[in-house]
Design a protein around this ligand. Structure first.
Ligand code: SIN
Length: 284
């Protein structure tokens, strides 16, 4: 009989910020092993402080990635695409050599058209192009905090209407959905434009160009100028970091206070990632 692997113990994880606004690499943890409570708490604290955390040189089977995700929340199925046949809670995020469009290739928070958008997602790199295919992340606390007091007061009372059908995002899923024979599900989520993070209590801007169509009670034409201002403001370079993937890298982002955008600059090469999404709460 083989003994079960003992929990990986990391008294003080080595956490190294990668940019001024968000993002940190966590070194020295083997995510394939069960993690002890102290390590899980340290990773969660790093996520809340840095908004997105990165791990390198991991070797994870789909069940191991899922076990790691379960230490932080309840994995949820992606609503638009089936997951891996052997592990349906893992969504393959793929761009093939002959394809031109990359999945999710626009600034967005994940599936904000759901009533309960995810608290976070974990993306694990299986196959990476020789260069390109980085992912950008943006800090939405800073996006809110740097607005004028007047605009903050206006936004504090507004609700955003988020849809799964907005072309900015839906066209980035077309190749994958066609390949899988899936139909786009029409989903609409109405959420405060400024949400309060349930764990940190900080306010974050919660609109995104991928899914937010208009303000509740406003027409699309009336909403457009203010939304366009916010879409440009919320991804200013000084709010962002950029992650260079390698095979075995894993990124874990807090979807409640960040946005991300995978850069589509690697035509002719294959990029294969495995994503797990964790259930979130109703934004308030
Ligand atoms: C996604 O939105 O989950 C895709 C991110 C990426 O491919 O880097």
């Amino acid at each position: 009989m083989t003994a079960a692997p003992s929990p990986a113990r990391t008294p003080r994880p080595d956490i190294r910020p990668v940019a001024g606004s968000l993002g940190a690499e966590i070194l020295g943890i083997d995510l394939a092993r069960p993690l002890d409570a102290g390590t899980v708490a340290a990773i969660r604290a790093a996520l809340l402080e840095h908004l997105v955390v990165f791990f390198r040189d991991q070797k994870l089977t789909p069940p191991q990635q899922l076990a790691f995700a379960r230490a932080f929340g309840e994995p949820a199925e992606y609503p638009q695409l089936k997951g891996l046949p052997e592990c349906p809670l893992i969504t393959p995020v793929v761009k093939l050599e002959h394809e031109r469009v990359n999945f999710g290739g626009v600034w967005h928070s994940d599936t904000t058209y759901l009533e309960r958008p995810p608290m976070g997602s974990m993306l694990y790199a299986i196959e990476i192009p020789p260069c390109g295919g980085d992912t950008l992340f943006a800090n939405q606390y800073l996006a809110y905090e740097t607005l004028s007091e007047g605009l903050k007061r206006t936004l504090d009372g507004l609700v955003g209407v988020n849809t799964s059908t907005k072309a900015a995002a839906s066209k980035t899923r077309e190749d994958r959905m066609r390949a899988a024979g899936e139909e786009l599900k029409v989903l609409v989520g109405e959420h405060p434009v400024v949400r309060t993070h349930p764990e940190t209590g900080r306010k974050a801007l919660f609109v995104n160009v991928g899914h937010t169509e208009r303000f509740q009670g406003w027409s699309e034409a009336e909403s457009r100028p203010l939304l366009e201002y916010l879409f440009a403001h919320q991804v200013l370079p000084e709010f962002t970091c950029r992650f260079r993937w390698a095979q075995g890298s894993l990124a874990f982002w807090d979807n409640r206070c960040t946005q991300h955008n995978p850069v589509n600059d690697y035509h002719g090469y294959r990029r294969v990632m495995h994503r797990v999404t964790l259930m979130g709460d109703v934004p308030r």
